[in-house]
Design a protein around this ligand. Structure first.
Ligand code: RUQ
Ligand code: CUA
Length: 633
């Protein structure tokens, strides 16, 4: 055991949490701000004015006088949480700088954050199915009263049918549920106003249960939505439906949840899946479903109550059907509810229109198709829609490589397939999937920034070989008179799908860990020790600049070794790690964090355990010896 270490490089650097951020208004030209304020009133007169259509067909953004710079040392106004697709992670960006601030591993191990290396996170990944990767698409941040509450972010795993929760106090994944009965959990979103449920939208239709029955009978396959309790991450119930499902969005008043879907043909090949002219937007009546569950009107499958929401179900026969099937243009893709909760807007994908569903009417009409109150023609390949809170919708046009801005009420007033509601279009580079505007998923979007998540970058960046980065483009939307202004390109690693943009002041991450939040035993000064018993060795040590609590640790070949290590630093940003060569171990230790790792010391020899974070001038000297004695000694 060592004495209290001296810390020659200890400093008194403090958190700069008190640094004042310059409000956005001061950084955009004053005249733009004033126009943006006046724009809400002027909006009606702009509607239908196709003369405002962008003429940027050279593919270049007009020179923009929007100041999106965030000078060195200053902070951004927003956090953006972008999914990482089949990298299995979430990325945190600052907006408007588009600087990448952090990566949060979710479904795969990541050594720089020690994720999947210590016992707690590796057991979590194991319990969630033991897969080595995931496919994150839709990061959604929890809300209370239709506004971000800074508690959690959630994200789906399309690959393995899972949902994960990220704790925004520590910006780390803290729970993953492997959703029964789902393959390809695609859509993910919250039931608002208060995040009562997180919904996972099952995409691929499979036999129910998928245990060897109905293998060659695709007609009897089915997909479900799963309602997950955000606190426990338990699946409370599922609803099975006809057709594949795709994306989803929850209404803002606790009643409706919407999911797009393709393949109403219940087919298995692409050509069969495109044989009919329409597909469905499904509107799930959540209180009606809860009532059915309460009344026992379900079958338990995979340990979860599954309610039958197919069209022929008894539960859809009465005057309060649990699922309403709305006919929309073939293969609708994105769906999102407007900030005022008036409309759900579903994108055509294969059709140039979006369908605008009046949510209030949906509850009243006999034929749910009567709730479709608008169908503007927007352009080729409309995929996803975001909002500025001033009555505009912004929709990506995948095929046209554009973002189209349109007027929602004008679309309700116009004839179906009218282009009049279009306010303007801007070229993006290239082939956008999702787009997201600042706080677009809340009741009160900020209406200043929009990110277009473009699938292809082609020629926009230095060539890095055949696999190019994607391109996340920042567009200023705060000035309705000047129109959308392309501000910057941001190359991104494969591959962001969706994002959420949250005002910086709505998230309050911790600077250091609170040991009370975790079960691992805190190891303080004077508490380092090795306890060996019956082929097991429990090593407890602290870490600080510049040493581990033990300068050497001796165990026997074949011992099962558990190391409990605490970083006892109180100074923010001073991290250590415990890396053990040839044992595939690197656990990250942020200030006041304790982690545990268990492994077998199966080869006799000397292994230098070291700290992998450059923590101080004597960082290289921060190491300790693991001595594994041969078994026969
Ligand atoms: S999806 S590009 Cu996975 Cu949200 Cu539409
Ligand atoms: Cu601790 Cu390097």
């Amino acid at each position: 055991m060592t004495d209290e270490p001296t810390s020659p490089t200890q400093d008194s650097s403090e958190t700069d949490a008190g640094t004042e951020r310059e409000p956005l208004f001061d950084r955009i030209p004053r005249r733009d701000f004033m126009k943006a304020g006046a724009a809400a009133g002027a909006m009606g007169s702009l509607a239908g004015c196709t003369g405002l259509l962008s003429d940027q067909d050279d593919g270049l953004a007009s020179a923009s006088d929007v100041d999106a710079s965030v000078p060195p040392g200053e902070h951004d106004d927003y956090y953006a949480f972008l999914s990482g697709g089949h990298s299995g992670e979430i990325r945190v960006y600052g907006v408007p700088s588009m600087r990448q601030l952090m990566r949060i591993p979710v479904f795969g191990r990541e050594s720089a954050r020690g994720y999947g290396f210590d016992d707690r996170t590796s057991e979590m990944l194991e319990d969630a199915g033991g897969y080595s990767w995931g496919d994150t698409h839709h990061p959604r941040v929890s809300q209370t009263d239709n506004d971000y509450d800074g508690r959690w972010a959630f994200v789906n795993d399309k690959a393995n049918g899972r949902m994960a929760r990220i704790n925004l106090k520590y910006f780390e994944t803290d729970a993953i549920v492997d959703i029964p009965n789902q393959q390809g959990t695609h859509g993910a979103c919250c039931l608002l106003p208060d995040t009562k449920y997180v919904f996972g939208v099952g995409e691929f239709r499979v036999p129910m249960p998928n245990d060897g029955r109905d293998l060659t009978d695709p007609d009897s396959y089915t997909s479900t939505i799963a309602a997950i309790d955000p606190e426990t991450m338990n699946v409370e119930w599922e609803v099975l439906v006809d057709g594949n499902m795709d994306n989803g969005d929850g209404g803002k008043e606790g009643r409706w949840f919407f999911a797009t879907g393709y393949n109403s043909e219940n087919a298995t090949t692409e050509s069969e899946m495109s044989s009919s002219d329409t597909d469905w937007l499904k509107a799930f009546d959540v209180p009606a479903i809860e009532e059915a569950v309460e009344n026992g009107q379900y079958e338990e499958i995979g340990g979860v109550p599954v309610v039958d929401g197919t069209r022929d179900s008894d539960l859809n026969g009465g005057d309060r059907p649990i699922v309403r099937y709305i006919d929309v243009a073939k293969s609708p893709h994105g769906v999102s509810v407007t900030p005022d909760n008036k409309y759900a807007i579903a994108s055509g994908k294969l059709d140039p229109t979006c369908s605008v569903i009046d949510i209030e009417q949906l509850a009243e009409v006999d034929d749910p198709n009567d709730a479709i109150v608008g169908r503007p023609s927007l352009g080729m390949g409309p995929l996803h829609t975001a909002y500025d809170g001033r009555g505009h919708a912004y929709t990506t046009l995948f095929i046209d490589s554009q973002v189209v801005k349109w007027d929602i009420e004008a679309a309700v007033e116009a004839e179906a397939q009218s282009e009049d509601p279009v306010v303007e279009k801007i070229d993006v580079h290239y082939n956008p999937g999702h787009l997201i505007a600042s706080e677009s998923y809340t009741a009160d979007p900020q209406g200043d920034w929009l990110i277009s998540l473009n699938k292809l970058s082609k020629d926009r960046f230095l060539n890095v070989g055949p696999q190019k980065p994607e391109n996340d483009q920042l567009i200023y939307i705060g000035d309705d008179e000047e129109g959308m202004q392309l501000v910057k390109d941001t190359p991104s690693y494969a591959e962001p799908h969706d994002a959420s943009i949250v005002s910086a002041d709505k998230i309050q991450p911790a600077d250091i860990y609170d040991p009370a939040d975790y079960e691992e035993e805190y190891v303080d000064h004077g508490e380092s020790e090795v306890v060996r018993e019956d082929g097991r060795a429990h090593v407890k040590m602290y870490s600080t600049r510049n040493e581990f609590g033990l300068h050497e640790v001796t165990v026997q070949e074949g011992d099962e070794v558990t190391m409990t290590v605490t970083n006892i630093e109180q100074t923010p940003d001073i991290l250590h790690s415990l890396a053990i060569p040839e044992h595939d171990i690197n656990i990250k230790l942020a200030p006041q964090e304790t982690r545990e790792v268990t492994f077998t010391a199966d080869e006799p020899g000397v292994y230098w355990m070291y700290c992998a974070f450059f923590c101080s001038a004597l960082h290289l000297e921060m190491r300790s010896r693991l001595i594994v004695e041969p078994a026969d000694e």
